[in-house]
Write a protein that binds this ligand. Structure first.
Ligand code: BMA
Length: 796
């Protein structure tokens, strides 16, 4: 909410009588013209938005997610599109000392023209651009944003990097993606990933507006709390960044008021011409008790209303309403008795917290389709499954403001990666300058959010060098190591430390933390269980055998794939696709051998489906992959959780489990526990249990793990299970009755949006009531019609 409020305060405020006018703003959101490179396709499209969604909304293309359309529509991303429109400035442009054209986000490479004059260029999707258009703007204007295909740009940049190649060149063929994504500052998974399609979008993906002002203008406003132990007092650092257009220094008074904390302070400030930064320290009154912000499951997420008023002389006034949160975060890396290495855990408000959660990827290939309702639904599902944290993974995007607002409210801690993943990156001057601007902007934009508890330089790039993923000859390695340190230490870390001292920074995930630093930022083995965090994947070993799992300090990635439900797949497929071995099923699987790995893993414990009805066979197989995934991740997570307080053979004190991955970008097999659209897979219901605050885990010391009910899984007992549904207010109760012990009972209501209070459970009682929470109005009749019930006993 912070930035939204900030802008509202700056633009919306009128001036005091007789004072110089405050800023004026003119939004350029709305309908624009879009044209393809040779002008053969011209259409209207919304801003914020992108070419793909504009074409879809105009009915010029089918759903890009339908069947093989990711390949069919490759031409869209290969073309160079132009966005344009005319606009009338609703204010007299001559009265303003400075007029800026501000883009909160341009995707990605573009030349910007106003009235046929180039006013700027963009090359970074994650940067904010502000172009001075004072001398160009008129009463009526024509604006053009001429894009260059991200694919062609990345290829061109790679070609011109002559001294040495920067791998990987291309993704593996199974991903059906585009090459050289590491040469463009754009969502890395938009060129394809092992769970996602290649849709290198083009468009204006965030707000765009004209801002006009005299005197001075507030650009950034941030809050960072800290606790001063010696004084036993909270303080709040307020940083404000202004553009001062007045030729003389601007002198003013700033008043900060936090009524509920009985804190009011006034400061005198002087802003020099040009970009001016002021930092104020507000000491919170000791006469009240400050309620701290806590992660979900540990306390409330208290925030305090606060007003900051800038009286900048001559009656020029800016009023800023925000919420102040108070919490401390420490990443504790210290020796552990009886164990070589160092601990790796988070202390929030002085209390060690076990991190329970998952990894977040972009919720859609087209960011303009990620609605606030969808964010709320997915993030609510996160806390509903007893999670307290998510990692915003480095191959996606820095999420929109609302994402972090919701996490603040729900108590979801965020491990925030910078957007670099599974690759080496160039460090030439232009590239570095672009990254520096990106990092500075993103840290300023995000640092007021209490939910963010860690900055992390990249995803798996330390491991990529240490493990030589790209077969670099040893004598050439030095240059890549230097580039690595230059990017993540000498640039990104340096900026983070300058901008935000209130939370820790690690260079990579996985990393050995302090030990990696000691080894000059690149550990020989970043997966060392005695230090830092680990990522662990093993699809071949029996996942019920806990001895295969690393007894790590912190499990930040681990997982198994499954297929999404039939109702989700049905929307993007046709009858001939509905088999496990169809071209469609192969096409949607982006992880080599993934479909076989799922059957292999399921086959270790379950009878594989054999039904002669092809559709039933497909649905049974989907069900079984979800059973397998839920059971595997449960076994692994329970292992991590029970390793919290023990050291065995020098390993243990595990303090985090973030499974891979929370959500999906499209309808395809993946590691996710939530399907595209938010539907819960069996794993998500299991997460609710294995992340429960009180968790019984059954295991024996001799190395054998017994999971309750497992011995009954292949019982030959006859059983009948049918269900009745009744309405209780907005909820629906399903009464289940069984004549025998029933494993992995699965209720599915197809496309009806909502979730059950439990699912995929072992039914040992004769009668059980399951509640359905609908996310949209629904009738009993619709539920009855859509309900299907499956248990392991139905698979034969
Ligand atoms: C990890 C992630 C992703 C990937 C996942 C599954 O390496 O960081 O790159 O999608 O594994 O393979």
């Amino acid at each position: 909410m912070l930035l939204v409020l900030l802008l509202a305060a700056c633009w919306g405020r009128g001036m005091l009588a007789g004072s110089p006018p405050g800023p004026a703003v003119h939004s350029l959101r709305g309908s624009w013209w879009l044209g393809s490179g040779n002008g053969s396709v011209v259409l209207r499209g919304d801003v914020p938005g992108c070419v793909h969604t504009a074409l879809l909304r105009q009915g010029l293309i089918q759903d890009p997610y339908y069947r093989f359309n990711d390949l069919t529509y490759r031409w869209i991303s290969l073309d160079n599109w132009t966005y344009s429109r005319t606009f009338k400035t609703p204010f007299d442009v001559r009265k303003w000392q400075k007029v800026n054209l501000v883009f909160e986000g341009v995707d990605t490479v573009a030349q910007i023209l106003i009235n046929n004059v180039t006013v700027g260029r963009t090359d970074n999707m994650f940067n904010r651009y502000s172009f001075d258009i004072t001398s160009v703007i008129k009463e009526v204007n024509f604006i053009e944003v001429r894009f260059l295909s991200a694919i062609s740009y990345a290829a061109k940049q790679s070609r011109s990097h002559r001294a040495y190649s920067v791998p990987p060149q291309c993704p593996p063929p199974v991903q059906k993606g585009e090459c050289h994504v590491n040469f463009i500052r754009k969502e890395q998974c938009s060129f394809s990933w092992d769970w996602g399609p290649s849709f290198p979008s083009q468009g204006i993906w965030k707000d765009v507006r004209i801002e006009a002002y005299n005197f001075c203008h507030l650009i950034y406003f941030t809050l960072t709390p800290s606790y001063v132990k010696s004084a036993q007092q909270w303080s709040l650092e307020i940083e404000s960044v202004f553009d001062v257009v007045s030729s003389k220094p601007v002198v003013g008074l700033v008043t900060v008021n936090i009524p509920k904390l009985q804190t009011q302070q006034t400061y005198t400030t002087e802003l020099p011409p040009g970009e001016a930064r002021i930092v104020l320290l507000v000491n919170i009154s000791k006469s009240t008790t400050v309620q701290t912000w806590w992660p979900s499951g540990h306390g409330n997420q208290t925030g305090y209303d606060m007003t900051t008023t800038f009286n900048m002389g001559a009656g020029y006034k800016i009023e800023k309403f925000s919420k102040a949160y108070f919490r401390t975060v420490e990443l504790v890396e210290e020796p552990i008795p009886g164990s070589p290495g160092l601990s790796f855990y988070f202390r929030i408000n002085g209390l060690p917290i076990f991190i329970k959660g998952s990894n977040w990827i972009p919720a859609d290939s087209f960011q303009d389709r990620v609605s606030s309702d969808m964010l709320k639904l997915i993030l609510q599902s996160t806390v509903d499954a007893n999670m307290n944290a998510l990692r915003v993974w480095g191959g996606g995007v820095y999420e929109q403001d609302e994402f972090y607002d919701i996490c603040n409210e729900l108590g979801i801690m965020i491990w925030q990666d910078f957007m670099f993943a599974c690759a080496l990156y160039p460090t030439d001057q232009n590239y570095l300058e672009s990254v520096r601007a990106e990092v500075t902007h993103q840290v300023k934009r995000l640092k007021s959010h209490p939910c963010i508890t860690l900055w992390s330089g990249n995803n798996e790039n330390e491991a990529a060098i240490a493990g030589d993923w790209f077969s670099i000859p040893q004598d050439k390695m030095k240059v890549y190591i230097l580039d690595y340190v230059k990017l993540y230490v000498k640039n990104i870390q340096e900026i983070v430390i300058a901008e935000d001292k209130s939370r820790p920074y690690i260079t990579s995930s996985p990393t050995n933390g302090k030990e990696s630093v000691k080894e000059r930022w690149l550990s020989q083995n970043p997966y060392d269980t005695h230090y830092g965090d680990t990522h662990f994947y093993d699809y071949l070993s029996d996942c019920w055998n806990w001895t295969v799992y690393p007894k790590t300090r912190f499990a930040s990635e681990y997982g198994f794939q499954s297929w999404p439900s039939f109702s989700t797949l049905e929307k993007v497929s046709s009858t001939e696709d509905w088999s496990y071995t169809s071209n469609f099923s192969l096409h949607r699987q982006h992880h080599a051998a993934g479909n076989n790995q799922m059957l292999h893993q399921a086959g270790l414990h379950f009878k594989l489906p054999q039904n002669t009805d092809p559709l039933k066979l497909f649905k049974d197989t989907i069900y079984l992959t979800q059973v397998m995934q839920a059971q595997c991740i449960k076994a692994e997570t329970e292992f991590y959780r029970r390793s919290q307080s023990e050291i065995i053979n020098g390993e243990g004190h595990t303090m985090g489990s973030l499974y891979w991955q929370l959500n999906d970008i499209w309808q395809a097999p993946s590691w996710a526990s939530l399907e595209y659209g938010g539907k819960w897979k069996m794993l998500h219901y299991f997460a609710q249990h294995f992340f429960a605050p009180l968790l019984p885990v059954g295991y024996e010391d001799d190395g054998v793990l017994y999971i309750y009910g497992v011995s009954d899984l292949h019982s030959d007992c006859e059983l009948t299970l049918q269900a009745t549904i009744s309405q209780q207010g907005d909820l629906y109760a399903f009464v289940l009755q069984t004549t025998a012990v029933t494993p992995f009972v699965w209720l599915d209501v197809g496309n009806i949006q909502g979730r059950f209070n439990d699912n995929g459970f072992l039914m040992t009682e004769k009668r059980k009531v399951v509640v359905f929470y609908p996310w949209e109005p629904v009738s009993i009749e619709e539920l009855e019609k859509s309900l299907s019930l499956t248990s392991l006993m139905d698979i034969y």
